[in-house]
Each structure stands twice: as structure tokens, then as C-alpha cells.
Design a protein around this ligand. Structure first.
Ligand SMILES: *Cc1c(COP(=O)(O)O)cnc(C)c1O
Length: 385
């Protein structure tokens, strides 16, 4: 008898149309900086509800470009949640700013607006909040705080492509919305990211920044048949290739079905984990449409999260942790003096949560296997704290 295949927490879904799109794109004269980039940008901006989209080569690049575009620089404090991937806070550091970690709501693990309001100082420049797991933050409240204190407002929506807040797209919630197209995210370009914005100044700053600070790119120069360019800023090469955008365009055509599968899987977990002895799902708010990049549960009191995780993984359920609190990472402790106790809700969650398998191609049989493993671990005395 062969072992059943392990079930990862996340996995891309590549179909025949994706393969065809990439095969065609690799034979296109524009391997990069060509027309596919703009086409992909339009598709993502339509979902974000924004006028512009600027494709870049990672979610990290999108965060960096947007932080720089809103002018975050040395001496600036930026409010960020600790319950995120370190890339969020790193973007602030790369601009010379100081991430100020604001604790999360214990039920949703989203930035707590009251804690954000208390963290504002005369040096605060921006709020960079994260739509954790795919659930939009309390954007109305964050926008009030930002307006009152004249702060810039950015959305790390790397988990939240397709989510909406009070019926509105995320582009209505923050000045710039940042996406990632890493394979575990909603759609993939292998590596990739995008800045979606209704602010023309942010869009053009990001466009320049992704291309060495130049005032034009190769496609624009080809169209005008000119070789003249100027460097008007100090940028980087953060470009996303046409090859990758071809994959992105074909993936975007499936975003609707991808979201529908994720929501169906979440509803099934919700139904079958209600009053489960081992784990409790995070809270979701009614006024949002959750995009479910992750399905996160909290291990109940009396159990050891690490023992639970070890036992699930031994059974082929490759659950994992999103996230160990960012403010407790060594680099942050060393440079910014962050420490345990700074953000108690995030720290408690870091020790109690785990992410169950959640991806569009997770089959009902896979999900049954996940739930059966949770039942078995609940009965295992070794999983107790
Ligand atoms: C994935 C992710 C990023 C980084 O995106 P990359 O494309 O991997 O650079 C940043 N923030 C969050 C919340 C993410 O999930």
C-alpha cells in the first residue's frame, strides 16, 4: 500500500490554458516590458477597483515601491501589524523608516484600530495594514485615524485578491493596495506583485521606481521610436516579465472560480469545526467578503499547538503557522528593541494558531482527510499541553 500524498497548506492551480499561454508568450518578441504587462495590470486593477495597476516582480517589491511612493523615509514611523509576513515591516525598513507594531484584535487577528489610534505620534507617517488571511481590515476606522492625523494609508492585500469591504473593492479603502502572485496566493505569476491605486502620483512613482527611476520604459520608447531617456529618480529593476504576465492573464480568468472554491472550502471547515474539541476557527466579520488565502484556526486551551502541528504533519496534513509574530524576529529585536509583551494578542496567537490546507484544488476527499486527522489528534493524549 502506498502512503497517501501529503496535503500542503497551499498550492497553485495550473491548467491547460495557463500552459498554452506561457508557451505562446515565450515565442513572443516581447519577453519583458511588452504589451502583456499592461494587459495584466488592467485585469488586476479591475478587481481592485482602481484606475491604475503597476505590476512588479514580487509582493515585496509592491510594498517597497508603494512605501517609497507615499514618501516614507528616514525618521518616519509606520504602523504595521505584527501578525504578518516580515516583508510588510521590512518594506518600511528598506525606506529608512521605523515600523511601529500595533497589536491585533484577538478574534480576527486584524490590526486593532483602537491600538492604532493610540500608537500615533508626531512622527507617524503612514498606516500599512494587512488584510490577514484574506479578511479586509476595519478600513473605515483606519481611514478616520489616517485622516485625523494626516497619515498615508496602505493596504497589504497579498492575502486578499477578490475580497471586498462593505461591498466595495479594496481600491476604495486605501491609497494603494499591494498584491502578491507567489504560487500560494490567489493567482500566480510564479513570482510577482502589483500596486493598485487611484492616485496618479503613486502610480507614476511606482512605474518609475520599478524601472531604475527612468522617465520612460522600452515599450514607450519603441512606440515613439526614440532612444532618449532620463533618470529622474533612483529606482531598481522590479519589472515583471511578459512571460509571467501571460501566466497572470490566464490565471486572472480563473479568479472567480478560485475564490468560489476557497469560500466553499471555508464554509465546509466552518460547518464541521463548529464546537470541535481541538480547534476553533478565527472570527469573520459580516460586512466583508473574505477571500480566504488562509484558513486559520486556534488550538483550544489544554492542547499544545506545536504537538498538534507535529501530529497533523506526521499524518500528511502539512498545516503550518501564519505567522510567528514579526516584532519578535531577531532583526527587529536587535535594531528596534521590540520584545515580548509589546503585542500580547499577536504573541498569544503566534503560539496558538495554525493554518489548515486551503487551495482551490483541495478535493472534498482531501478536506475529509484533514478533518479526520483533526479528530484523531483531538483524541491523542500526546497532543495535550
Ligand atoms: C506573500 C506576502 C508578501 C510578500 O509577497 P512576495 O510576493 O512573496 O514578495 C507580503 N505580505 C504578505 C502579507 C504576504 O502574504
Amino acid at each position: 500500500m502506498t502512503e497517501p500524498a501529503a496535503i500542503p497548506y497551499g498550492r497553485q492551480s495550473i491548467g491547460p490554458a495557463d500552459v498554452e499561454a506561457v508557451a505562446a508568450a515565450v515565442q513572443d518578441p516581447w519577453l519583458t516590458t511588452g504589451p502583456k504587462v499592461g494587459e495584466f495590470e488592467k485585469a488586476v486593477a479591475a478587481v481592485a477597483g482602481t484606475r491604475s495597476g503597476v505590476a512588479v516582480n514580487s509582493g515585496t517589491a509592491a510594498l517597497h515601491a508603494a512605501c517609497r511612493a507615499v514618501g516614507i523615509g528616514p525618521g518616519d514611523e509606520v504602523l504595521v501589524p505584527p501578525m504578518t509576513f516580515v516583508a510588510t515591516a521590512n518594506a518600511v525598513v528598506h525606506c529608512g523608516g521605523r515600523p511601529v507594531f500595533v497589536d491585533v484584535d484577538p478574534g480576527t487577528l486584524l490590526m486593532d484600530p483602537d491600538a492604532a489610534a493610540r500608537a500615533v505620534t508626531p512622527r507617524t507617517k503612514a498606516i500599512l495594514a494587512v488584510d490577514y488571511a484574506g479578511q479586509p481590515c476595519e478600513w473605515d476606522r483606519l481611514r478616520d485615524i489616517a485622516q485625523r492625523s494626516r497619515l498615508r494609508l496602505l493596504d497589504d492585500a497579498c492575502h486578499a485578491l477578490g475580497a471586498t469591504y462593505r461591498g466595495k473593492p479594496l481600491g476604495d479603502c486605501a491609497e494603494a493596495v499591494l498584491y502578491s502572485f507567489h504560487p500560494v496566493k490567489h493567482i500566480t505569476t510564479a513570482e510577482g506583485g502589483l500596486v493598485a491605486t487611484n492616485d496618479d502620483a503613486i502610480a507614476s512613482a511606482c512605474r518609475r521606481f520599478r524601472n531604475h527611476g527612468l522617465d520612460s520604459d522600452l515599450l514607450e520608447r519603441a512606440r515613439r521610436d526614440t532612444w532618449v531617456y532620463d533618470a529622474v529618480d533612483f529606482g531598481l529593476n522590479y519589472r515583471l516579465s511578459d512571460l509571467q504576465c501571460a501566466l497572470g492573464i490566464s490565471q486572472m480568468a480563473r479568479l472567480g472560480p478560485f475564490l468560489a472554491s476557497r469560500r466553499r472550502i471555508a464554509a465546509e471547515y466552518d460547518r464541521r469545526l463548529r464546537q470541535h474539541p481541538l480547534v476553533e476557527p478565527l472570527q469573520t466579520r459580516k460586512e466583508v467578503s473574505h477571500a480566504y488565502h488562509l484558513y486559520v484556526v486556534r488550538v483550544r486551551d489544554g492542547f499544545s499547538r506545536d504537538e498538534v502541528l507535529r501530529r497533523l504533519r506526521a499524518r500528511g496534513i502539512k498545516a503550518t503557522v501564519h505567522y510567528p509574530a514579526a516584532h519578535l524576529m531577531s532583526a527587529y529585536r536587535q535594531r528596534f528593541g521590540t520584545k515580548p509583551g509589546d503585542c500580547p494578542n499577536a504573541e498569544d496567537a503566534s503560539d496558538r494558531i495554525l493554518s489548515l490546507p486551503m487551495f482551490p484544488d483541495l478535493t472534498p476527499a482531501d478536506q475529509d482527510a484533514v478533518l479526520a486527522a483533526l479528530d484523531a489528534v483531538a483524541r491523542d493524549p500526546g497532543a495535550r499541553a
